[in-house]
Design a binder for this molecule. Structure first.
Ligand code: NAP
Length: 309
């Protein structure tokens, strides 16, 4: 039976940074990825808040480069789906669509996906006016009109961020008050170019190859109004990719793995890196940092268990 030093679940920036650091440290490392390198980054056309690229970089290229950086030091990628895990013993088992793998340590870097509205045409219009990350794509809307959907902290943060770039921001929320914290609310209410559409739901996208408007229904009087806009930012929460864990590590009420900046989970030798863990800022740069930190603590753990043997 082959025993890896480290099994990494997920090929986004956190996963491939862990793979780079681990393989460079001489760990026998395998990274498991379902589709292609890059994770959520691949959905972003231009990443210009990741240092080192003076003209920005597209997410697909950055993902590919991160994979190549890790593989340069011997890390390998296996394309498969993780179905289950068993962390009950010191030797960790990862059950995949290609068979079972065993590792001394596991880094979970499976990410989180934005929640979709589920309206017709949404998928087709991604990048053509539909966005899920204001910090990534907001800059395309300088002096334009945008709609932000949601009432939580993410929507509040996105609306505030966009209000500094766009001419006008409509904040569409399905209830009559925000879920966002008081600090955000105060800032939102002060803003001159944010208009609130309360008790309202987006029911249709108006598009001609790209978004040029939206139909919004007021849920109290059922009146439907058409608004012209250049872009729509959907900020209605995220779905962390943790279903395969089946409660084998501690998870918070939103589905994120509970881990602090050390990336340590409640299971020794199991780390959570990137968007899948509880954290304040979910960005490529913070995911990359998590990947390196996870390997740092994994090295400590491996030398501890090797001393015991
Ligand atoms: P969230 O707190 O779950 O809020 C999601 C919002 O979207 C809610 O207002 C919800 O409406 C609305 N919503 C959900 N499904 C919808 C649908 N199908 N159609 C229309 N609206 C829908 O999610 P989040 O804002 O992404 O935040 C996630 C977590 O990260 C939270 O714990 C948040 O505090 C944290 N976060 C923290 C910060 C910060 O502290 N700086 C920043 C961002 C996020 P209802 O209110 O009606 O349920």
């Amino acid at each position: 039976m082959h025993i890896y030093d480290m099994i990494i679940i997920g090929g986004g920036p956190a996963g491939y940074t862990a793979a780079l650091y681990a393989s460079r440290a001489g760990f026998d490392t395998v990274l498991l990825e379902k589709l292609a390198a890059g994770g959520q980054m691949t959905l972003t056309g231009d990443i210009d808040n990741y240092p080192g690229f003076d003209e920005g970089v597209d997410g697909f290229t950055l993902g590919m480069k991160m994979q190549q950086s890790a593989e340069r030091f011997g890390s390998k990628t296996e394309y498969c789906e993780v179905l289950d895990v068993d962390f009950s013993k010191s030797l960790k088992k990862v059950i995949t669509s290609n068979g079972d793998l065993y590792g001394k340590t596991v880094v979970i870097a499976s990410g989180a996906n934005p929640r979709e509205l589920g309206i017709e045409g949404e998928e087709k219009l991604i990048g053509k006016g539909i966005h899920y990350c204001a910090h990534c794509d907001g800059r395309f809307y300088k002096d334009k009109t945008v709609v932000v959907v949601g009432g939580g902290n993410s929507a509040a943060e996105d609306a505030l961020y966009l209000s500094k770039l766009a001419k006008k921001v409509y904040l569409v929320h399905r209830r009559d008050k925000l879920r966002a914290t008081k600090t955000y609310q105060e800032a939102l209410f002060k803003s001159k170019n944010i208009e609130f559409l309360w008790n309202s739901e987006v029911i249709q996208f108006i598009s001609d190859n790209r978004i040029n408007g939206v139909k919004i229904k007021n849920v109290t009087d059922e009146i439907i109004t058409e608004f012209s806009c250049d872009g729509i930012f959907i900020s209605i929460g995220r779905k962390p990719a943790t279903s395969f864990l089946k409660n084998s590590v501690n998870i918070d009420e939103n589905g994120y793995i509970i881990a602090d900046e050390s990336t340590k989970t409640n299971i020794e030798g199991v780390y959570a890196a990137g968007d899948v863990r509880t954290k304040a800022l979910r960005q490529v740069v913070t995911a990359v940092s998590d990947g390196a930190v996870a390997v740092h603590y994994a090295e400590e753990y491996i030398s501890k268990i090797n001393d015991r043997m």
